[in-house]
Design a protein around this ligand. Structure first.
Ligand code: ATR
Length: 273
């Protein structure tokens, strides 16, 4: 029987995950099927039970079910435990479910490997303090940056996150207005881009050496990346690479084979033009 995998979310119609994983499977000659499942907002547990009972081997989880998946799992990788949010479940041989969060590893790999930018000793500014930021903090801190500043509209959420991760490195939480020095790397993880909005940022956070990364992606530059370019940032990168790399990391967890990502990423970028 063909091994079965799926991505669950709501909405899920535009998910690129089935396409990405089926291309990984073809490239690595793995016999598997991967489908997208639209799950009602209160239906994660029901769907997950059904899916794994019927032989599903692994599941990706996207908005808004990452915390539900965290509660549902039996065992955790350290990074999933830290993130308290899960984008990948794997059924182990004994039937228990192992939870991982590959978002941060995908982000770090896209920055450091695909774009050849070392994070060690860099000053990093993270914009936002929601689940997306919690999901990437541990892998970012593992790169040993000089510091990470978390800036958020709701300041106490940034402060709380900084406190939660303080044992892993130098992290602080501030409001947008309190951040006005240039950073080496700025990562936008607010959901403001979704509604075409820009957080109230000081232009002085960008120098000609600053690299800006938006976790979002679209058919054209995101509002944040447009703004960063206008302020003279050295380079802007969008989240398409993170999407492909987090998928590759999940595929590796499931199958023990690491697919190559460069060709697929180029194809997806070319299709947007
Ligand atoms: P996600 O899982 O994508 O991180 P989330 O947990 O709802 O989603 O977090 C959304 C983040 O985007 C938060 O940091 C939110 O700021 P608040 O904590 O103050 O709500 C931020 N955000 C959303 N819309 C924003 C906007 N228009 N300007 C600035 N920040 C915004």
């Amino acid at each position: 029987m063909t091994d079965l995998y799926a991505v669950v979310g709501n909405p899920i119609g535009h998910s690129k995950s089935p396409r990405i994983h089926l291309e990984f499977a073809a490239e690595t000659k793995q016999d598997l099927f991967y489908k997208a499942i639209l799950v009602p907002l209160d239906g994660f547990d029901t769907e997950a039970k059904r899916f794994f009972k019927h032989g599903g081997l692994g599941m990706n989880i996207t908005v808004p079910f990452k915390e539900d998946a965290y509660r549902f799992a039996d065992e955790y990788t350290p990074r999933a435990q830290r993130a308290q949010a899960v984008n990948t479940l794997k059924r182990l041989d004994d039937g228990r479910l192992l939870a991982d969060n590959t978002d941060g590893a995908g982000l770090v790999r896209d920055i450091t490997v695909n774009n050849n930018i070392a994070l060690k000793d860099k000053r990093i500014l993270l914009l936002g303090a929601g689940g997306a930021v919690r999901g990437v903090l541990q892998p970012l801190l593992a790169e040993q940056p000089n510091c990470i500043v978390i800036a958020n509209r709701t300041v106490n959420k940034a402060e709380q996150l900084a406190e939660d991760f303080a044992d892993l490195g130098k992290v602080s939480g501030l409001g947008f207005a309190d951040v006005d020095e240039p950073f080496d790397v700025i990562i936008n993880a607010t959901s403001a881009s979704l509604s075409g909005e820009l957080p109230p940022l000081n232009p002085s956070i960008i120098s000609p050496e600053t690299v800006c990364y938006d976790m979002m992606y679209g058919n054209s530059a995101t509002v944040f990346n447009q703004w960063a370019t206008e302020q003279g940032a050295k380079l802007t990168i969008d989240g398409l690479g993170m999407l492909v790399e987090q998928a590759a990391e999940a595929f590796f967890l499931w199958r023990g084979v690491r697919p190559s990502t460069a060709h697929l990423m180029k194809t997806l970028r070319d299709e947007r033009r």
